[in-house]
Ligand binder design. Structure first.
Ligand code: PLP
Length: 288
C-alpha cells in the first residue's frame, strides 16, 4: 500500500492504516463537509492561504463552523514535516477534510483531519503528455448558482460522486478528462480542474458566478501573468473559443498544468508557447 500521512487538526499524527472515522460521520454517510487539496513540493506546501480562504468560504456556504485557521496552519506544517520524515522527498498531495461530524453526536462538532500521499502517476502523465478531453453537459444553467444556493455550486463540498461518475463515463469512452458545459453551452470547468485558454499573450477563464469552483491555481496564474504583462479575462467561453485558442489547459493544485491535446477527438495544435505557460504556472504556485 502506498505510504500516507494522517494528521488530526490538533496536530496528532495517526497510523494511516488504522480505521479512523466513526461509521456515522456525516462525511461518510452524506458527503456533508468540505475539503481542499494542496501540493507539497520541495518540502513546502503551496498556496496555503488561498486554500484556507476557500476552505472557510466553502464552510460558510454549508453553515459549518468557521474553520480554526491557526490550527489548520499548524496541522499543515505537521503533515509537511511528517511527509519529509518518511522520506517523501517527492511531491505529495495534501487533503484537508472538514465534515459536519457524527450524526449521533452533533454536540461533538466537526471532524477535521489531513491526509497526504505521493502524487499519482496519472497527474505526472497529464503534465507531460496532456489530456484527451470530452465535453459533457452538466445539465444546468449558468443561473443556477444564484437561484439555488442550496446546490452548493462553487463550494468544494465532499459530494464529488457526480464528478467521479463524469470521469468514469469519459474513461469508458477512451478519454482522459472532462470539460463541463452549461445547458446554454457555456464552458464551465473540469470535474477537478479549471479551464484556461491561451491566445497570444492573453489568458481567459470562465467566471465563477456561473457556478464553478474559484480555482486557486487559476488565480495564482492570472496574478503573476498580469504582473508580467499578459492580458487576462474572466468571461464566458464557448466551444468555439476553445477550438480557436492557441492552447487549452486544465489547471489544478496537484496536476498543475495539463494541456488539452484533443477535444471530443478533435486534435488541438501544439504551440511553441506551451512551455512558457507551464513555466508560468510553476512559478505562480511558488508565490504565496
Ligand atoms: N474545479 C473543480 C471542480 C475542482 O475540483 C478543482 C480542484 O480540485 C479545481 C476546479 C481547481 O482548483 P485548484 O486550482 O484550487 O486546485
Amino acid at each position: 500500500m502506498a505510504q500516507q500521512i494522517l494528521v488530526t487538526l490538533d496536530g496528532t499524527v495517526h497510523d494511516p492504516d488504522v480505521p479512523f472515522l466513526h461509521a456515522d460521520d456525516l462525511a461518510a454517510v452524506r458527503g456533508d463537509g468540505v475539503f481542499e487539496t494542496l501540493l507539497i513540493r520541495s518540502g513546502s506546501t503551496r498556496r496555503v492561504d488561498a486554500h484556507l480562504d476557500r476552505l472557510a468560504r466553502s464552510a460558510a456556504m454549508m453553515d459549518l463552523p468557521e474553520p480554526d485557521r491557526d490550527a489548520w496552519q499548524m496541522a499543515i506544517e505537521v503533515a509537511e514535516k511528517e511527509w519529509s520524515a518518511v522520506g517523501g522527498d517527492g511531491e505529495a498531495w495534501l487533503r484537508l477534510v472538514y465534515s459536519r461530524g457524527r450524526e449521533s453526536a452533533p454536540e461533538a462538532g466537526p471532524t477535521a483531519y489531513l491526509v497526504a500521499g505521493a502524487v499519482a502517476e496519472r497527474a505526472r502523465r497529464a503534465r507531460s503528455e496532456g489530456l484527451s478531453v470530452m465535453m459533457l453537459d452538466r445539465g444546468y444553467s449558468t443561473d443556477l448558482a444564484g437561484q439555488a444556493p442550496w446546490q452548493l455550486l462553487g463550494a468544494k463540498s465532499l459530494s464529488y460522486a457526480t464528478n467521479m461518475a463524469a470521469l468514469r463515463h469519459a474513461e469508458h469512452q477512451g478519454f482522459d478528462d472532462v470539460i463541463y458545459l452549461s445547458s446554454e453551452g457555456a464552458v464551465l470547468e473540469g470535474p477537478r480542474s479549471t479551464v484556461i485558454t491561451v491566445t497570444g499573450k492573453s489568458l481567459a477563464t470562465p467566471p465563477p458566478e456561473t457556478g464553478i469552483l474559484p480555482g486557486t491555481t487559476q488565480r495564482a496564474v492570472f496574478d503573476l501573468a498580469e504582473q508580467e504583462g499578459w492580458a487576462t479575462a474572466t468571461k464566458t467561453l464557448r466551444r468555439a473559443d476553445l477550438l480557436g485558442a492557441d492552447s487549452v489547459w486544465l489547471v489544478s493544485s496537484v496536476t498543475l498544468a495539463a494541456r488539452v491535446h484533443s477535444l471530443n477527438r478533435h486534435v488541438l495544435p501544439t504551440s511553441t508557447a506551451d512551455d512558457e505557460f507551464v513555466d508560468l504556472v510553476d512559478r505562480a504556485i511558488c508565490v504565496d
